[in-house]
Design a protein around this ligand. Structure first.
Ligand code: SF4
Ligand code: SF4
Length: 129
């Protein structure tokens, strides 16, 4: 669940307000987004991924609110860690580049459609590795 918008980091780009699929934020009068409908948060991390300055924190607890300290999150290196993990941001290794499942190769453009036996193999992966 979304827990923090850092006023000191936010550059008021409005991206989180636009990308949130459940309309959790409102644009604040000062330009900094306000968490207005926290209970509607789906813990999808999209806002964190899009925030260009790592100003948001989404807690992994989807169903309950937790108190967070911006200082502690920053000191622990948590702010921006999701964005870094998935490889968003210039010069970062994209998560898809590390994916070695057969499926990732089959969804690329120009590949043959997946046949029944291959589909069954993919569904059973990685037990048949
Ligand atoms: S985690 Fe997803 S649902 Fe929650 S505020 Fe961010 S974008 Fe919206
Ligand atoms: S995406 Fe980040 S920088 Fe942009 S408005 Fe939201 S919190 Fe601020």
């Amino acid at each position: 669940m979304i827990e923090l918008v850092s006023k000191s980091r936010c550059v008021e780009c409005g991206m989180c307000v636009r990308v949130c699929p459940t309309n959790v934020f409102d644009a604040g009068e000062d330009g900094i987004p306000v968490i207005r409908r926290q209970d509607d948060c789906q813990t999808c991390y999209i806002c964190e991924a899009y925030c260009p300055v790592d100003a948001l924190y989404v807690s992994p607890y989807g169903e309950r609110q937790v108190n967070v300290s911006e200082t502690e999150l920053a000191e622990a290196g948590v702010l921006g860690s999701w964005r870094e993990t998935i490889g968003w941001g210039k010069g970062r290794l994209k998560l898809a580049a590390l994916d070695t499942t057969p499926f990732i190769d089959r969804v690329l453009p120009g590949k043959e459609p997946i046949g029944r036996s291959e589909a069954e193999f993919i569904l059973a992966y990685p037990t048949n590795k």
